[in-house]
Design a protein around this ligand. Structure first.
Ligand SMILES: Nc1ncnc2c1ncn2[C@@H]1O[C@H](COP(=O)(O)OP(=O)(O)OP(=O)(O)O)[C@@H](O)[C@H]1O
Ligand SMILES: [Mg+2]
Length: 383
């Protein structure tokens, strides 16, 4: 079954947390809700589960409107961030709990519990109490407890946040394959973009109580619609520009990011979205920028901006130079320069492209939109 939220609003003490939120999750989908702290992710899950009552709007599971059903009447499995295991019950009894509440027969309980304990590889620990388990084991028990009721929808609220990196990787891979095998519609909350990429069939980015963009991970990273989404998925170089002259193929635009001492004029490819004087955000991927020493010559076709190296970082995949261009910074892939060195920041007019969330129609432009971000290191997909 899929789950649909229509025009959901929720306020606490007069403060709107969800604002006419719409979200349609397909049957069998692994859907990731990504967003910053306080963005309303837990509240959204809670409304889906019936643990929080929305002020307005509706929740449907499949073709059934469940808005007026209690949590117990919705067939939803919930994995909480802190596992929320019952401390006085063994692993077996924790997993069996939901079935006992539903008055399932004893032998059926044993069969189902054994099946899901083995599915999450925790059978050996079934006699232990939660305080005798590691974080990863608790996570598996919580997952088995949510799955054993064979829910229509599985909701998971930052379930990996307390695990170390290695355990996280193992549990995450297992979770993905269990979900694919069982095919249960899953909504998974995280603020970790790597998890979103690795787990999600689609990702929605929640900001300030609304879904800002909903997309496949690859599309989200390659074609973010807004500056918020772009920054949230780790895109570094965002230029706030306004076109001052537009001709057939190119536009002259002024970069005027917050904090800049004065606007800088550059030439960029003309995009249909451009309008004279109308501000728009462009991004330039670090590998599209070439840094040159002050005395070096450069091909006349490139944009050239004076800058100073303010920082160098190494993320394990190579060096990144961070260059101040007069009140705002740009990231470029380079190991050749020292901090405080003066440089020219050079890039071709077609290196910058708008954050419009639209796919480029031309194959050549699609190629140019290709972004080397986290997503490309994790999955080798182009756009
Ligand atoms: N029961 C509540 N009473 C009052 N305010 C609440 C309640 N639950 C949530 N809020 C507020 O609603 C906003 C959204 O909270 P929510 O827990 O949904 O965010 P979140 O995206 O899950 O954040 P995090 O990533 O930190 O878990 C926050 O400002 C929070 O303080
Ligand atoms: Mg939360």
């Amino acid at each position: 079954m899929g789950i649909v939220l229509k025009e959901i609003s929720k306020s606490y003490d007069g403060r709107a947390v969800l604002k006419n939120l719409n979200l349609e999750i397909n049957q069998g989908e692994f859907h990731v809700l990504l967003g910053p702290s306080g963005g309303g992710k837990t509240t959204t899950l809670s409304v889906m589960a019936g643990l929080t009552e929305q002020d307005s709007g509706s929740v449907s599971i499949g073709s059934r409107d469940v808005s007026n059903l209690s949590a117990g009447e919705r067939k939803i499995g919930f994995v909480f961030q802190d596992h929320a295991l019952f401390p006085h019950l063994t692993v077996f009894d924790n997993v069996a709990y939901g079935l006992r509440v539903r008055r399932i027969k004893g032998h059926e309980i044993t069969r189902k519990v054994e099946y899901y304990l083995s599915k999450v590889s925790i059978t050996k620990e079934k006699g232990k109490f939660p305080h005798q388990l590691s974080g990863g084991q608790k996570q598996r028990v919580a997952l088995a407890r949510a799955l054993v009721i064979e829910p229509e929808i599985l909701l998971m609220d930052e379930p990996m946040s307390s695990l170390d990196a290695m355990t996280k990787e193992t549990v995450r891979d297992e979770l993905k394959s269990i979900q694919q095998e069982i095919g249960v519609t899953t909504v998974y909350v995280t603020h970790d973009q790597n998890e979103a990429v690795l787990l999600g069939d689609r990702v929605s980015v929640l900001n300030n109580g609304r879904v800002e963009q909903i997309e496949s991970p690859s599309e989200l990273f390659h074609h973010p619609k807004t500056e918020f989404v772009a920054r949230f998925v780790g895109i570094k170089n965002i230029l706030n520009v306004s076109p001052i002259r537009i001709n057939n193929h190119e536009a002259a635009v002024l970069i005027n990011n917050d904090g800049m001492e004065h606007p800088i004029r550059i030439r960029v490819k003309k995009y249909p979205i451009f309008e004279k004087g109308k501000e728009i955000n462009l991004c330039i991927h670090p590998e599209k920028i070439t840094l040159k020493r002050e005395e070096e010559t450069y091909a006349g076709n490139l944009n050239r901006i004076r800058g100073k190296i303010v920082k160098r970082t190494n993320n394990g995949n190579g060096f990144m130079a961070i260059v101040d261009i007069g009140g705002t910074t740009l990231h470029a892939i380079s190991s050749d320069f020292k901090v405080h060195e003066n440089v020219w920041v050079c890039f071709a007019p077609d290196a910058a492209h708008p954050l419009c969330g639209k796919k480029c129609r031309e194959a050549e432009q699609q190629r140019k939109c290709f972004v080397t971000t986290q997503v490309d290191r994790l999955k080798t997909e182009g756009c």
